[in-house]
Ligand binder design. Structure first.
Ligand code: FES
Ligand code: FES
Length: 165
């Protein structure tokens, strides 16, 4: 997709929560996380450690999970970013979101957006992962509440069901 100067300073939305960064000069050194909150107004992405260690701020950059607290907006120029707001389609929750609810994998919920995006990245490339692959995919996402068992169960139950959503 091509950009023009009139696009500068605003995200180019592909759909809610999925956008390309077309930033103003003043924003190029902002971490994604700040950009979402202060410039774009998407608040689903959570700030935890702010040092790349907890995974709460995970978003998908070109389909790959990244800690948005460490990635500068300048590094995202023209790249597709998916936040948790971009996961549900037409008001329907993503199968992973449904599974997290059904399996009781959400307690305080603070880790959930990052967990779901990390899991989505896995299922998009490996629709039927092993339990070990699931654990490795969410290894960078810390949860202080659930003990991970329910989270792994939720992701496992969704295997093969995402249908590209
Ligand atoms: S807030 Fe970004 S990894 Fe913890
Ligand atoms: S549900 Fe509370 S941190 Fe994971």
């Amino acid at each position: 997709m091509n950009f023009t100067t009139k696009d500068l300073g605003k995200p180019l939305f592909l759909s809610k929560g999925i956008f390309l960064v077309v930033y103003a000069a003043a924003s190029v050194l902002l971490p994604f996380l700040v950009l979402y909150y202060e410039k774009i107004g998407l608040t689903g992405t959570k700030k935890g450690c702010d040092t790349g260690q907890c995974g709460a701020c995970t978003v998908l950059l070109e389909g790959k999970p990244v800690p948005s607290c460490l990635i500068l907006a300048v590094d995202a120029k023209g790249k597709e970013i998916t936040t948790i707001e971009g996961v549900a389609v037409d008001g329907r929750l993503h199968p992973l979101q449904e599974a997290f609810i059904q399996k009781g994998a959400v307690q305080c919920g603070y880790c959930t957006p990052g967990m779901i995006l990390a899991a989505k990245a896995l299922l998009d490339t490996s629709p039927n992962p092993t339990e070990q692959e699931i654990k490795e995919a969410i290894a960078g996402n810390l949860c202080r509440c659930t003990g991970y068992v329910k989270i792994v169960e939720a992701i496992s139950s969704t295997a093969g069901e995402s249908h590209g959503q």
